[in-house]
Design a binder for this molecule. Structure first.
Ligand code: ZN
Length: 169
C-alpha cells in the first residue's frame, strides 16, 4: 500500500491513510455551495510489528444519516453493519479507528460540537484502544486529530493537501 498521508504520533508510531481512503474522503469534499456535510467511520489495522496504524476502509454517508450544509449526524445502524461486515472479512483483525466528516472550509477547524463528540467517543473506548482518530475533510486539505483516552486530550497530528493525491498516481 502506498500513501503519502503519514502522521507521526507523540509515541513515535505512525498513523496512515491509504490512497483509496484519501480519494474516497475527498470525493465528498464540499466543493459546491449546496454540497452537504458527509462522513462516516474509519476502520483499519493496528500493526504492532511495524508500529503503524492504517486506515484502509471508511464508511460513506447513509440515507439514515442527517446531512445539511453545516451538519452531519451519523446514525449508528448502517455504519455498525459496515463494521461487522469488515470485521468478519478480516477475521477479527479490523479495528474501529475513529470518525471522519467534511466541512465547507478550505482549511477545516473542528467546531465545539466536534470536540465535544470526540471527547465522548474517546471516553467509551469500543475495542479497548487508547487512541481514536478524527479526520475533517475540507475543500483544500484534510486535518487529522487524535484523541487519547488516558490523558483525555485531543491533539492535532497534521494536515494533508488535496492536490498531493495526484502526485501519488
Ligand atoms: Zn465538524
Amino acid at each position: 500500500m502506498t500513501t503519502k498521508a503519514v502522521f507521526l504520533l507523540p509515541d513515535n508510531r505512525k498513523f496512515k491513510l491509504s490512497d483509496t481512503v484519501l480519494k474516497k474522503m475527498f470525493s465528498f469534499a464540499q466543493d459546491l455551495n449546496k454540497s452537504p456535510e458527509s462522513g462516516g467511520i474509519m476502520l483499519g489495522r493496528i500493526l504492532c510489528w511495524e508500529d503503524h496504524i492504517i486506515v484502509d476502509q471508511v464508511s460513506e454517508p447513509l440515507s439514515s444519516d442527517i446531512q445539511s450544509r453545516r451538519r452531519f449526524i451519523r446514525k449508528s445502524v448502517g455504519h455498525q453493519e459496515f463494521f461487522n461486515r469488515h470485521w468478519k472479512l478480516s477475521q477479527g483483525r479490523c479495528f474501529y479507528l475513529g470518525e471522519w466528516h467534511t466541512h465547507p472550509e478550505k482549511q477545516p477547524v473542528p467546531s465545539s460540537v466536534d470536540l465535544r463528540e470526540w471527547r465522548k467517543l474517546i471516553c467509551k473506548s469500543v475495542q479497548q484502544q487508547e487512541q481514536l482518530f478524527f479526520v475533517i475533510v475540507g475543500t483544500q486539505e484534510l486535518v487529522v486529530y487524535m484523541g487519547d483516552a488516558t490523558i483525555k486530550e485531543i491533539i492535532k497530528l497534521g494536515s494533508y493537501q488535496r492536490n498531493s493525491i495526484e502526485i501519488v498516481n
